[in-house]
Ligand binder design. Sequence first.
Ligand code: PLP
Length: 383
Amino acid sequence: MYIIGKDERLEKVLGIVAEILKKGKISCNEYLGEKDLMQEALSFLGIREPSCKEGTETYHLDHLGFFDDISPSRLRVFSSTEELLYKNWPTPLVLLRSLSNHNLRVWAKLEFFNPFSMSVKDRIGWSMITDYLAKYNNRTVLYEATSTNTGMALTALANIKGLKVKLFLPYTIQKASDIILRIMGAEVQRVQKSLTVEFVGDVDELAKREGGIHLNQFENNSNLKVHLRYTAKELDLQVREASLKLRGIIGGVGTSGHLSALSLYFKSKYGDNVKVYGAQPAPGNVIPGIRRVETGMKWLHYVKIDKVQDVTSSEAIEQAIRIARSEGLFVGLSSGAVMATFEKLKKNGALQEGDYVLIFPDHGFKYIEQFATYLEETKRQDG
Ligand code: PLP
């Protein structure tokens, strides 16, 4: 188990974040009263500081640039590969017609449209490096425990910014990852542990000993922040654009960054009308990228998740294959787990009429080895 102590300051700041989202405005009275915590809350949300003079003014979030972060390039011309990431957001939100009917519509947010790791992890790779360099401007070696995606994202961004990367992968991850990461220029080591969190402490020590930097996706608040500032806001705008009656969001949990941010954002703004469901591997099952909540997660403890659903690796693979064969989208195994969670909730009668959003974290190409084993086994069983 990965033990992360309770952070009372973070809890207070996230409480303020929730209040700001709920009210949709900032009163100068409150702002001036707790300026220090407020400023941190505003940076989590990507909001300009209000110019409070009297202390009696109130600012609506739209007047503090709340949605300014989301500024896609209309004609998709980018002046750098880094821009290709953040000026390409929002990632698409697409209706899955094969799963939808008149009463219940199912949408997928496709994180494999991110350019570097073809996954949701480009977001945190970018924000962790950007925030780090803004503070220290120290171009050194980055050390990170990863199940591939964060490693790809960090390596890509490090290449752009002139840093080196040393990555540590658990033995349970597909072999192709080493090749992909080495091609991208990272140094890669395998660790005889099944989950990344089991050796985060070792990576931390090694980085200190060797004079490198451990950004640590599991505890770095730039993780939660980028999902509040971008992933959640994007989805909010997309939901409005498509006039959805949003009933629920389903996602997988690894560091818990993206699902915690989505829960904090949508539940603060829209209350319990929006349910948030998480997918975790059933006991004894490995689904790359996600893990069981009891193995220790930082941000999940400060937000409300309505249910965490167990999914087996076979269920995740079967659902990923189903999406490929019904919708033409070749998604990764954690997307399959999200789909399986949706199916289970539906079967148990937990879903109401309206719109549900499934977050598909990545593409299927990295998991060819797991898909191949599964296809061989089913072929053998079929006879
Ligand atoms: N799915 C995949 C494929 C991932 O790589 C990850 C994170 O590593 C997740 C899901 C979980 O995302 P988060 O770390 O935001 O909980």
